[in-house]
Design a protein around this ligand. Structure first.
Ligand SMILES: [Fe+2]
Ligand SMILES: [Fe+2]
Length: 326
């Protein structure tokens, strides 16, 4: 993959540093604004994280451990995490201290009243808007499940076996053509889009980068393993019904069956995965280490919060466009 184009001073600093052989500056002062919605900061973070995944053409693999970039990463992460904790605090503290955590996670998702992107995609979206949606999600879905794989060595016993079982499904059950990331690439190609890893990095919104970065932050910090698995539980539990709706929308506008196939796969699979993630993984982790409970809930609440943010952003973009067109 090529390095992305900068979106401001922070991403410029990271990209220029990687383009040259100069180590990243150890101290880079971030501006005072929130980083959750800052596309420049999110692109900088995404670029630093990508060094742990596939890297960039012409950039030495060893830059993964560039101390200056790692210091900047920690500074961004610290702001990102504390902002996320602040916006999700009410949701997390609203969950009773006692009770079945697996069920509490499912209840949290069921009670979520974020904007229904899936309903819009099902009933109203134009073919261009559906393609736009596929493009925006490509940043995270082309490395679907990879961030959670970093958590496997940090778990043990039943939770580890359950995550391995879930990941085995996500990774195609031994069949490379069934890798969920490959199914997503097939969907992009069938929709006439570019399925190359990272192809749309310069086109997607800052919030799409944020959705991608939160799972990397949770997956790459052992301290946040509870949040990573809580996020996974919420992600899986908010996937099955929306996937059915999105598949319906893709079929409504006449896109080829390979496009909807990715979403059909998730109707069945995620109805199972939500229980594996919420009970077998999160429930077990918290039963063994009750200190992880709040972080599991934090991860789930962060997933719902950012999903709502992304849904609202895309709906506004599309409905404003509709109003202009009419
Ligand atoms: Fe999947
Ligand atoms: Fe899944």
């Amino acid at each position: 993959m090529q390095l992305p184009h900068e979106r401001g001073p922070v991403s410029r600093h990271v990209i220029e540093s990687l383009r040259s052989d100069r180590p990243g500056a150890a101290f880079f002062a971030l501006g005072p604004d929130d980083v959750i919605g800052d596309e420049d900061v999110q692109l900088a973070l995404w670029t630093i994280y990508e060094l742990h995944y596939r890297g960039f053409h012409g950039v030495d693999d060893d830059r993964e451990w560039d101390l200056g970039l790692l210091t900047l990463r920690r500074e961004i992460e610290s702001r990102f995490e504390s902002e996320l904790r602040a916006v999700t605090r009410e949701l997390v503290t609203g969950v009773p201290q006692h009770g079945d955590l697996g069920q509490q996670l499912l209840d949290l998702v069921a009670a979520d009243d974020g904007p229904s992107l899936a309903a819009f995609l099902q009933r109203r979206a134009s073919i261009e808007q559906l393609r736009d949606f596929l493009r925006e999600r490509s940043v995270q879905q082309l490395k679907e499940s990879d961030p959670q794989s970093f958590v496997l060595p940090r778990l043990d016993g039943r939770a580890k076996a359950a995550l391995a079982e879930l990941q085995y499904d996500e990774y195609g059950g031994g069949r490379p053509e069934r890798l969920h990331a490959t199914l997503y690439a097939d969907a992009l190609s069938a929709a006439g889009l570019d399925a190359t890893y990272g192809a749309y990095i310069d086109h997607v919104t800052g919030v799409s980068l944020t959705l991608c970065n939160v799972v990397s932050m949770f997956g790459l910090n052992r301290r946040l393993r509870g949040a990573s698995m809580g996020h996974l539980a919420a992600f899986e539990a908010s996937s099955s019904v929306p996937s059915r709706k999105i598949a319906g929308g893709l079929e409504r506008v006449g896109l080829p069956p390979a496009v909807a196939a990715y979403f059909h796969e998730h109707v069945e699979a995620d109805a199972v995965h939500e229980h594996v993630a919420s009970s077998d993984i999160c429930g077990t982790m918290v039963a063994e280490d009750p200190g992880l409970r709040d972080d599991v809930l934090f991860g789930a609440a962060a997933c719902l919060h950012l999903d709502a943010l992304s849904g609202a952003e895309l709906l506004e973009r599309w409905t404003t466009g509709l109003e202009k067109a009419s």
